[in-house]
Design a protein around this ligand. Structure first.
Ligand code: C2E
Ligand code: MG
Ligand code: MG
Ligand code: MG
Length: 292
């Protein structure tokens, strides 16, 4: 629009806008085009059963293969996508791509028990969201029990009574539900007990300094206890060190996810690892990053 109004206007427009606002506009157009032109890709990070080392599932994490900027992390474009509403088509792309991938792994005989997909608040709040998920499952042919949806604790608690409604519908479809970044939001336990969820994911900020930091240790222990008392599975996020694994095992934490086991990987990388080992077995906690 500034261009149509002539050169002087254009300059005025540019001067009147902060550099970050210009950058924001450029990025928004880029992202819109990126979604249309299939520049998004998913990486997959394994989730591991702490007691046996077995693979319990993978989490799909989106990346943007930008033609000039290279591989862009979701931290740089998810907030923008949230603000502009682009998160809705982006989220739909992610959900469909993840379900297609999981279906083709199952068809190929790869035993990936579950595919976890992150939801944004806007996406989850859409009235017809459960219906959209049902369509994707139908179109891709993926049985619901293979799909897990993650919503953050702050998203879940924001409009808690609506959350219960949405979660009930999704739960009735037979898929798994988890609360991401648990411990960072403001949980009402009265609501938490009414959510038909399966899993709590302890936020990585409480895992980072384990087991030395007494406060983090107390918080992690409390979340593990809370989850188990509510018959929920508990997952530690951001596990990087062997001593964290050992401590989490001792505390009875069920599952872990983090660089200690593997960074998020492209599908082909994930499969070649699978093929090399013959099975997804991270037993003995000896898998190093070089293996990937
Ligand atoms: P999240 O869902 O909590 O995902 C975990 C993040 O921690 C991922 O970052 C993952 O790569 C990183 N991570 C895993 N293990 C370790 C570790 O041992 N150490 C450290 N330092 N980091 C670890 P990533 O992929 O950059 O994603 C960041 C966030 O972006 C995600 O946090 C999620 O909130 C959001 N996100 C990613 N993909 C999607 C998506 O498809 N849709 C939506 N709505 N959000 C997404
Ligand atoms: Mg997540
Ligand atoms: Mg259920
Ligand atoms: Mg998280």
């Amino acid at each position: 629009k500034a261009k149509e109004a002539g050169k002087n206007n254009c300059q005025f427009y540019a001067k009147g806008m902060s550099a970050s606002a210009v950058n924001f506009l450029l990025l928004e157009n880029d992202l819109r085009r990126g979604i249309e032109q299939d520049q998004l890709i998913l990486h997959y990070q394994p989730q591991i059963d702490l007691a046996s080392g077995a693979l319990t599932g993978v989490e799909a994490l989106v990346r943007w293969q930008h033609p000039e900027r290279g591989l862009v992390s979701p931290a740089h474009f998810i907030p923008l996508a949230e603000e502009t509403g682009l998160i809705v088509p982006l989220g739909e792309w992610v959900l469909k791509a993840a379900c297609q991938q999981q279906k083709s792994w199952i068809d190929a005989g790869l035993n990936v028990p579950q595919m976890a997909v992150n939801l944004s608040t806007r996406q989850f709040r859409q009235r017809d969201f459960p219906g959209k998920v049902a369509s994707v499952l139908r179109e891709t042919g993926l049985p619901a029990q293979y799909l897990e949806l993650e919503i953050t604790e702050s998203c879940a608690m924001e409009h808690a009574s609506e959350t219960i409604n949405q979660l009930n519908q999704l739960n009735q479809m037979g898929l798994q539900l988890s609360i991401d970044d648990f411990g960072t939001g403001y949980s009402s336990l009265a609501y938490l007990k009414r959510f038909p969820i399966d899993k709590l994911k302890i936020d990585s900020s409480f895992i980072h300094d384990l087991p030395l930091d007494q406060n983090d240790a107390a918080i992690a222990k409390s979340i593990i206890g809370l989850a188990h008392n509510m018959q929920l599975t508990v997952v530690a996020e951001g596990v990087e060190q062997e001593h964290q694994v050992k401590w989490l095992c001792e505390q009875g934490c069920d599952q872990a996810q983090g660089f200690y086991y593997a960074k998020p990987m492209a599908a082909a990388q994930f499969v070649s690892h699978f093929t090399a080992r013959g099975e997804f077995d991270f037993g003995g906690n000896v898998v190093s990053l070089q293996d990937f």
